[in-house]
Design a protein around this ligand. Structure first.
Ligand code: XMP
Length: 399
């Protein structure tokens, strides 16, 4: 356990017959353990946990006519020849190959996964459920900073529809109590991150016999990390000597490919095409010290904005959009009485890489409608403003 899988990429037609021929050639190699042959995006892949046998495997494959061995690595390099997954058929081929690989890797072992509801962890969960069903335990920690309906959707999709072994933890009070009175953005982030690991570890410690840790690592994570391997937090609640073998089925995919695979797995559109959402959730949009009532105002106004953007079709074109409610008030009139309540900021931006961003030039009529709904439906808001600042100078988020 814990060994790195080495991968041998063999360029061929990626058909069943190619796979069978490669398997035959490998069968002749003596003393090789745990070899997985699969077809992924037009190639035959040979995964081998036994590094001593690499040379023998290489020779065996090289001896086949019409095949070129394109590369060999520790499994963290995307082969140049790997086709971009764009169609339902390509996604299905990827899913079939991964299900096969996951079954072979995990055997009758047990896998643990932190399921946030984001696209990467959701796709990994769906693949694992398909491959090993109840051998997967997914833990969803609701830190109380989720968008409206998000945790419920995780329960509906994974527990009710896909029959997953899901541990749902509503840790709202725990997070909000720790965050009470904390206004500094970095301290807020640290509290949220630290508490998340603590809750996850406590839940993991209640489980027995876990041998594998599923992760939603995607290829940009590998490219961006300095040493080529994404840092992952160990499940500290488990005994020290338990080393979990990583299971990262989408680690060679780009985000757009993960979305295509998610759609082919039947995950709902809102989950698959979810806009980016910061790990600390709505916590960074409830600027300053978080209070439950202002957090609720962020959540409700965000839900209205998302609904109106979806009705106008902007959810398909705008990269990221959300509301922010700082701890700042302005005068208004509600029910004939003076009301001194919060201001809601609406932000909608477009970007390619989030390094720089421009604002969406939103239609005035739609903006007015959103403002009307937010000020009339969300308690505590008397005014809406639209943020017209590009990045730089402004960052996308407010904290
Ligand atoms: P900024 O605000 O730096 O954001 O312009 C760039 C992109 O990153 C997202 N973001 C985060 N994502 N954890 C995350 O997972 C975070 O703490 C975080 N902060 C910002 C942000 O939503 C935007 O898409």
């Amino acid at each position: 356990m814990g060994e790195k899988m080495r991968v041998l990429y063999v360029q061929g037609m990626g058909c069943e017959r190619c796979e069978a021929r490669v398997k035959d050639a490998l069968a002749a190699v003596q003393g090789v353990n745990k070899v997985i042959v699969s077809r992924i995006a037009g190639e035959v892949h040979v995964n081998c946990a036994d590094t001593v046998a690499d040379e023998a495997l290489l020779d065996a494959v090289k001896s086949l006519e019409k095949y070129t061995v394109c590369g060999m690595d520790d499994g963290n390099v995307r082969p140049e020849q790997m086709e971009r997954i764009e169609t339902q058929e390509q996604a299905q081929a990827f899913i079939d190959a991964q299900v096969d690989l996951l079954r072979k890797q995990i055997g009758d072992g047990k896998v643990l996964l932190a399921l946030s509801g984001g696209v990467d962890s959701s796709v990994v969960a769906a693949l694992l459920i398909k491959a090993v069903g109840k051998q997967l335990t997914a833990i969803h920690v609701n830190h109380g900073l989720m968008r409206k309906g998000e945790s419920q959707q995780v329960i509906d999709v994974f527990e009710k529809q896909l029959g997953a072994n899901l541990v749902y933890v509503d840790a709202t009070d725990r997070f909000l109590d720790k965050l009470a009175g904390v206004a500094d953005p970095e301290t807020k982030r640290k509290i949220i991150g630290g508490e998340f690991i603590d809750v996850f570890d406590e839940e993991a410690a209640k489980l027995t016999g876990i041998g594998f840790l599923g992760q939603g690592t995607i290829y940009p994570d590998i490219l961006e990390s300095k040493d080529g391997i994404k840092a992952h937090h160990n499940v500290g609640g488990l005994p020290e000597d338990v080393k979990l073998e990583l299971v990262e089925p989408v680690k060679l995919l780009f985000k757009d490919e993960v979305r295509v695979v998610g759609a082919a797995l039947g995950l709902p559109d809102e989950m698959v095409n979810r806009q980016p959402f910061p790990g600390p959730g709505l916590g960074v949009r409830c600027v300053g010290a978080i209070t439950r009532d202002r957090l609720e105002a962020v959540r409700e106004s965000d839900a209205i904005l998302r609904e109106e953007f979806a009705n106008a079709g902007l959810n398909k074109t705008v990269w990221q959009y959300f509301t922010v409610v700082p701890d700042f008030k302005a005068t208004g009139v509600k029910d004939g009485k003076r009301a001194f309540e919060w201001i809601c900021i609406i932000r909608a931006v477009n970007t390619k890489d989030a390094m720089s961003a421009t604002i969406e030039r939103i239609d005035w009529e739609l903006l007015e409608k959103i403002s009307y709904r937010i000020t009339h439906e969300v308690p505590g808001i008397t005014r809406c403003v639209y943020d017209v600042t590009s990045k730089p100078v402004a960052t996308i988020e407010y904290e």
